[in-house]
Design a protein around this ligand. Sequence first.
Ligand SMILES: NC(=O)c1ccc[n+]([C@@H]2O[C@H](COP(=O)([O-])OP(=O)(O)OC[C@H]3O[C@@H](n4cnc5c(N)ncnc54)[C@H](OP(=O)(O)O)[C@@H]3O)[C@@H](O)[C@H]2O)c1
Length: 282
Amino acid sequence: MATVPNLTLNDGNTIPQLGFGVFQVPPEDTAKITGQAFEAGYRHIDTAQMYGNEAGVGEAIKTSGIPREELFVTSKLNNGFHRPDDARKAFERTLQALELDQIDLFLIHWPLPTQYDGDFVSTWQTLIEFQKDGRARSIGVSNFQPAHLERLAQETDVVPAVNQIEVHPYFTNDAARAASRDAGILVESWSPIAQGGVLDDDILVDLAGKVGRTPAQVTLRWHVQRGDIVFPKSSTPERMAENFALFDFELDDEAMAAISALDRGEKGRTGPNPDTFDYIPD
Ligand SMILES: NC(=O)c1ccc[n+]([C@@H]2O[C@H](COP(=O)([O-])OP(=O)(O)OC[C@H]3O[C@@H](n4cnc5c(N)ncnc54)[C@H](OP(=O)(O)O)[C@@H]3O)[C@@H](O)[C@H]2O)c1
């Protein structure tokens, strides 16, 4: 089995560049599906309070027998809990659900700049507490736009380790990606295959045929060669294995450029725009 590279975060910790995402995995299936991902070789799991399935991830970790230090677990603060006291309680619930004393990475899921009087800075300061007290090894953000990152840089003294943002061939998200990388923040690309939406693209199908791989593998390999972190989701062991097999082939410069040229700008987004997204779950 090919080895997944580890990338070094700006706080000195390392993260496996390839993981497994559990967005839209039903809570009752999460332990089984996460266990199958472990069997396929994944050691990095991306969940969130909003997904409602942290407990299933915790159960899979407990029953896997894999040493804790070989696993990398990420979760994210839900949108209703940005006020510091709510964030503290929600973070405790995350650790309980995962049955962990320490999480590898904890993120603010969305900046919600039109909620909480525009204050995501005090939320970030609360995550800094979690890192200082040792319960979060690394902390980061998700869906932060360049202006949001700039504000954290101006008003706090801890730079997020990652910014988890939508990136795939139809939405290359260049501005947020460049602002992150320029600040020493690693990019995690969410919906890396656009939830399957890019897989029948003629260019990707053609490139896949040329290198003898599938369109999903070619797309995920494009992310990896750009230096981003990915965690595709799949409910089937065959696709889990397919998406894991990325480290024994390469795309040349021409193929990389052809994939990047598929960008459709804002029209290519599959998810909401972080500048206006204001959803607070009940
Ligand atoms: N921070 C955020 O706001 C945010 C937002 C969205 C996602 N995320 C994270 O990013 C992860 C990945 O994104 P995502 O789940 O939205 O989408 P994705 O990984 O781009 O795509 C998942 C979809 O593609 C299908 N699929 C997977 N591998 C395939 C393959 N090899 N061939 C054909 N179809 C395949 C899956 O179907 P099957 O399951 O049926 O195989 C599923 O419908 C999430 O799970 C989550 O951890 C974060």
